[in-house]
Structure formats: structure tokens, C-alpha cells
Design a protein around this ligand. Sequence first.
Ligand code: SAM
Length: 319
Amino acid sequence: MERSNEIEIALEEEIKQINPEKLKQEAQNLSRRYCEEERKSQNFISSRESALAYAIIRMPATYTAVQTVLKEWKDRTKLASSKIQTILDLGAGTGAATLALKEQFPEADITCVEREEEMIQLGKRLLSFLVDEKTQWVSQDLLEKPIEQKADLVMESYLCNEWKEEDRKKVIRQMFELANQFVIFVEPGTPESFKRLETIKLIGKEKGFSLIAPCTHDGPCKLEEHDWCHSICRVQRSKIHRRLKQGELPYEDEKFSYLIFSKTPYPRAERRILRKPIIEKNRVTIKVCTKEEITELIVTKKEKELYQIAKKKKCGDTI
Ligand SMILES: C[S@@+](CC[C@H](N)C(=O)[O-])C[C@H]1O[C@@H](n2cnc3c(N)ncnc32)[C@H](O)[C@@H]1O
């Protein structure tokens, strides 16, 4: 995280006030629950310990995924950040997306809507260094009471996978109705999420929005049945994260999927990378999705500059 120092100091303070064994237990519970698909509509982050475990274990990854998606928004639209004046962050949790949004759109008014009081309170404390009168937290259950206020950009991160199909569709429709310009969805990079994105694409089209990333075309997905794609971002692990997850590596790779919609169409990427590039002695082979087809791009060592770039590419990048 770019603001990792402030967050890490705040997290260390939070930990001091909590029983370490209980925190460890909650971290294990959280990891286990995240591996289960069937946990629809259950309030599973409702205690202070579980909120803190979420902030330590998951927030760096969800923040980095949203940050990567917002960079893609910028690359596609080329708009000045000041074009976005109002933002809704739905299911804001402890503020991971809010933090990335605040960095990308420092001038915008952000409304964070969240159901769990412990998440709101922790989010407010963790982000106290940047929360100003332009950032508001609203305690509300999206399934019980719809949001009425519109915004230039409406987004959610890691929220849709929490609900039953019918609830999900209801809130997705609402997100498009609330958006003046853009709607962004960021979800886990799993085959199940990939399937869910197909439903979101249909609803977006029905609501008159254009998909501007990551897909390179408007038509049906060209991947074979049961195949799927995702993006990857590298997440730096904090000391607390390593302690709690007992991990050795200073980083982890987060797989995520996303969709960026706009009321106005923008040029799509020409080629999107679908799989980890295969690096051999004198060439790099990359499976890419283009407007016309799914194909392999081969970059040889002779194409000096492109070869160096291609070697460093990952799933979800453009080339
Ligand atoms: C997995 S967390 C994601 C938090 C944050 N967006 C992030 O990317 O780290 C999902 C959040 O959505 C909230 N949530 C789930 N259902 C909700 C609902 N019906 N109304 C409001 N918030 C909800 C949960 O309480 C939780 O904080």
C-alpha cells in the first residue's frame, strides 16, 4: 500500500487492544470461510476481532486489486481525475477501495455504504489520516434499503460474491441506475466469479452502458466453455500480515476479476493477456484475447524492447 505506514501503525494500535489468540482464531475462520462458496448473505465479519482480521489479511489485497482497476480506468478513458466528483463505494468494509479511490480521485466526494458497524468504525480509524468532510460513511444494509443518491462513479469490491443470485441481480441493476457515468465491479479471480461477471455484462448492456475493460470486444466471450480468465496483482505483505498468516514471502499474488462500464464508449485494449506468459530461451509466448479471436502472440528476442516488456507481463495486462 502506498499509505502502508499509516495503516500499519494504526493496525498495530488496534492489535494491542485485542486478545491475540482470539485474533488468530478469527484470521483462521476468515480464511476458511473465504474458501467456502456457500456463505451467502451471512454476516460473517461482525465482531471487532473479525473486522481486524479482515483488515490485516484481506485489505492489502483488495486495495491493490482496486488500485490496479482504477489505473485501467485511467488508461482507457484518459480522463482527468477531476471529471469524477461523486463516488459511491458499496460494501465499503474497512475502506480498501475508498483508499484507492481517494488516491485516484482526491477531489471527489466519496460515500462508503456498509452494513457492519465494526467494519465502519475500524475503517474510520484506519483511514483517519485521509478521511475528511469529503468522505462519509453510511451505515446501511443494501438488501434492506436501496440507496437513493446518484454518483458519477458507483463501485463495489468483493461484495457481489456475498449474496444469493436474486439479491445480487437486484443490487447490480441498482448500481447502474445510480451511476451518472461509470460503474466498476471488482471480484475474486475465480471461475465462479467469472460466471457471475457474464450476468453483470448482460445487465450493463440492458441498462445502456458500454463495457470498456477488461474485454477487448462486445460480443460473447470467445473462451471455450468452462474456461475462464482473471487478472493478477502483486501485494506487498506487511509484517503484521506475515505474523498472522505465518507466511514467509514478502509478497503474495492476488487473483481478481473486474468490469468497468461507462455511459460513453471508450476505445478498448487491442490485446488482453489471458495466461501467464511462457518464457523460453529466445522467445515469449503469450495467450491473448483480441477483438477477432483468442490467439498466441510470439515475441522473439530480436524484438528487443518488446521482448523485455513481454517477459514482465502477467494475466490481465494489455500488450
Ligand atoms: C469482503 S468485504 C469487502 C470490503 C471492501 N469493499 C474491500 O474490498 O475490502 C464485503 C463487505 O460488504 C459488506 N456487505 C455485505 N452485504 C452487505 C449489505 N447487504 N449491505 C451493506 N454492506 C454489505 C460486508 O459487511 C463487508 O464489509
